[in-house]
Ligand binder design. Structure first.
Ligand SMILES: *Cc1c(COP(=O)(O)O)cnc(C)c1O
Length: 367
């Protein structure tokens, strides 16, 4: 039998790409770190879970329906989104998490030699998808922990197809206000697709924070990402979406894998949108937890970066990977930030008060 010469089959950009290693399941980690419990503060999940009405839908799901393919284009959910945002259903694409629609958008517009632009310290999936698809990811350094509009405009060239802005930014919580975003869109002047990732949109209460849905009509090159994973507590069901002008979305739709969004996710998401009380409760919880953390971190003399969103970034006097292991032995899982190019920082999800207290106690012990 002929030997497989894998080497000659693999593109160079795949050879040099390092695969992301997901964390092990809770039970495995508890054994590994000898802890009877585990608080996951690494993924910005909502400790309140899905809204009550969505929980009801999930409970009542008929097992026999698992045998039937879902709606291939999330038909009813897109109708509901269109109603909510006063747009057309065809202006939305629902994906297996916002992660999937990132890939759809890049595939739709990039070909060999093209590039995308984003920040160096932001949600890494834009960079990863571009890189392992063979496109250049131009990473413009953050300025004062926020996206640098001027630097990003300067990085644009003829081969730039998409610009990704995370608003508010994960992990720094900074955001562009409406004026700044509009100035940027005017400067780009429809030459590139501008993607604004609003994964944490529902957490932001600041005056002046832009709602990009309302800008799509004026800026046909604007694409907005939203997700049900964070505020709506449906991360485990994997559902998110993008919105844009009809022509742009029709183009992106060509790269979609149908049936990637399961029935339960579609129905839970549809119901989740109706629960305003859930958003209020979550916002209160995040506000309380954030204030508590800020005052405790101040007492401890630790530098932190706390902006919008349900997370906060903390600089430690020890390496973040060492801190991770030590905190794990106290049953607290944080996100190390070396992968985000913030060495010695950790990011933690804002959770309930007892969990925040457990985190602070563990942090005091390890430092
Ligand atoms: C969590 C997150 C997403 C992706 O969420 P999905 O679970 O794939 O829907 C996208 N962008 C940012 C900035 C995020 O933090």
């Amino acid at each position: 039998m002929r030997q497989l010469s894998l080497d000659s089959l693999i593109p160079s950009y795949i050879k040099t790409f390092e695969a992301y290693i997901p964390s092990k399941p809770d039970e495995e980690l508890k054994k590994l770190y000898r802890t009877p419990f585990l608080h996951r503060l690494n993924n910005n999940e909502n400790p309140l879970g899905p809204p009550p009405k969505a929980q009801e839908i999930i409970k009542r799901f008929q097992p026999s329906r698992a045998a039937i393919y879902p709606s291939g284009d999330s038909f009813y959910l897109r109708q509901r989104l269109a109603e909510k945002f006063i747009m057309h259903p065809d202006q939305f694409i629902v994906g297996n998490g916002a992660n999937e629609v990132i890939a759809f958008a890049i595939k739709a517009f990039c070909e060999t030699g093209d590039n995308i632009i984003t920040a160096d310290k932001t949600f890494a999936v834009y960079e990863w998808v571009a890189t392992f698809s063979g496109f250049e990811a131009r990473l413009v350094p953050l300025k004062d922990f926020g996206f640098d509009d001027k630097g990003m405009l300067e990085a644009i060239d003829k081969k730039t197809k998409l610009i990704f802005i995370c608003n508010p930014n994960n992990p720094t919580g900074t955001y562009w206000d409406k004026d700044r975003l509009i100035r940027f869109l005017e400067a780009v002047d429809n030459r590139q697709i501008v993607v604004v990732d609003e994964a944490y949109f529902e957490f932001v209460e600041k005056e002046g924070y832009p709602d990009c849905m309302s800008l799509i009509q004026k800026y046909p090159n604007l694409v907005v990402f939203r997700t049900f994973s964070k505020m709506y507590g449906l991360a485990g069901l994997r559902i998110g979406y993008l919105a844009g002008s009809i022509d742009v979305v029709d183009t992106i739709r060509k790269t979609c894998v149908v049936y990637s969004v399961n029935t339960l996710a579609q129905e839970a998401a549809l119901t989740a949108l109706d629960d305003a009380g859930h958003i209020e409760r979550t916002r209160r919880l995040v506000a309380e937890g954030k204030e508590f953390l800020k005052s405790e971190l101040k007492k401890m003399g630790l530098f932190y970066v706390a902006g919008e969103g349900n997370y906060i970034m903390i600089r430690l006097p020890i390496s973040d990977t060492l801190a991770y292991r030590k905190l794990m032995s106290y049953g607290v899982m944080v996100r190390t930030m070396t992968g985000f190019r913030f060495p010695n920082f950790i990011r933690i999800t804002i959770s309930t008060m007892p969990v925040m207290e457990a985190f602070i106690n563990a942090l005091r012990k390890i430092l």
